[in-house]
Design a protein around this ligand. Structure first.
Ligand code: AMP
Ligand code: MG
Length: 346
């Protein structure tokens, strides 16, 4: 397979020579994929409009879906904004570095391509030593959406990046598997409330605890507000269903509640395709498939998140035509995972 050079870096003690090499590429407007604790990012200088456009092109990402600017410290985050409310200080103190993205009014020098023309910018300090070392060495904010083609499952290791974008990036830094495993929680702080635009492993309850007594309420956006879906005016430019389908494997995905186990087992028995083309990700039930195609997923949400995308990539790589997934419980700790699974199943 043709592909970008893949350089291995010790995640706990990244080699400064390798990091500086990657940082120099970023400063020159090149694309570098690198590990973060959520998923691998496809990085470009967020202040260089041509470099940001190259990210959209490499991913096949539509221009209406803004990217997150990654920075090494709060001062660098603030510098991208023109208003930094007290709630941003609270959340930054509680969760950064970590899997939380804040959306704030953008500073004038942030290029419109990075925010999809919106007046707000999304910023995050990632909690991965390689990402932090790279951001410090680069000296510029790095726009870094997940390092996969648009709509596909996000990469949680360097091999996933190589398979999806290997021929479209200058360099891939391999810092081992991502420890969180799904994308950050995105919170909009441009209004009176803290609005969750995308759920993740930092939950509404976590945010409420951190904002307690501040007078800022936490609520979850309707799909219409989230920029994971296109604005109504862009509907004509996309193929039907494309935007909602996101974080999706190639295979069809069926989601089922544990109570639906008998129907699902019966439907699988009726399907003509061989059992080898079905993969099942299960928690509490079993479907009577061969052992190697029934993956027992962890009970704990953090461990489940770490395992999920690798399981989806493995099913895709094995040529599965159908992935059957037992839906996790409807509690706050699973909200991010339920969101990704719902999108994968569309
Ligand atoms: P990704 O880079 O693939 O992790 O996705 C970025 C997420 O952040 C998407 O859900 C975007 O819609 C959201 N996002 C980025 N910038 C903004 C912004 N300026 N306003 C609202 N949402 C944003
Ligand atoms: Mg993505």
């Amino acid at each position: 397979m043709a592909g970008a050079p893949l350089l291995t870096v010790d995640p706990n003690n990244p080699d400064p020579v390798v990091v500086e090499h990657a940082a120099a590429l970023l400063r020159r407007g090149k694309l570098v994929a690198f590990p973060t604790e959520t998923v691998y990012g496809l990085g470009a200088n967020a202040l260089d409009p041509d470099a940001v456009v190259a990210v959209y092109t490499a991913k096949g990402r539509p221009a209406w879906n803004p990217v997150i600017a990654h920075v090494p410290d709060v001062a660098a985050a603030r510098a991208l904004t023109r208003h930094w409310p007290p709630a941003a200080d609270r959340l930054a103190a509680a969760f950064w570095p970590g899997p939380l993205t804040l959306v704030l009014p953008k500073a004038a020098h942030v290029p419109d391509v990075a925010t999809a023309g919106l007046d707000a910018v999304a910023v995050r300090i990632p909690a991965h030593p390689v990402a932090l070392a790279l951001l410090r060495a680069a000296g510029v904010p790095i726009a870094a959406p997940s390092a996969n083609r648009f709509t596909q499952v996000s990469p949680t290791n360097a091999q996933h990046v190589q398979a999806s974008l290997g021929d479209r990036v200058e360099l891939i830094l391999d810092g081992g598997p991502s420890s969180v495993g799904i994308e950050s929680t995105v919170v909009d702080l441009t209004g009176r409330d803290a609005v969750i635009l995308r759920p993740g492993m930092i939950t509404a309850a976590d945010l409420e605890r951190a904002l307690g007594g501040s007078g800022v309420a936490v609520r979850t956006a309707t799909a219409a507000v989230s920029h994971d879906a296109p604005p109504a005016t862009a509907t004509a430019q996309r193929s039907p269903g494309m935007a909602d389908r996101h974080y999706a494997p190639r295979a069809d995905v069926w989601l089922f509640d544990p109570a639906q186990q008998p129907e699902i087992a019966a439907a699988l028995a009726q399907r003509g395709d061989g059992a080898g083309t079905v993969t099942a990700l299960l928690r509490t039930t079993t479907l009577g498939l061969p052992d190697r195609t029934q993956v027992r997923m962890p009970d704990d949400p953090a461990a489940y998140a770490r395992a999920l995308y690798a399981a989806l990539h493995t099913a895709d790589a094995a040529g599965a035509s159908l992935i059957v997934i037992e839906r996790p419980p409807a509690d706050d700790r699973w909200a991010g995972l339920r969101d990704r699974l719902t999108r994968a199943a569309r």
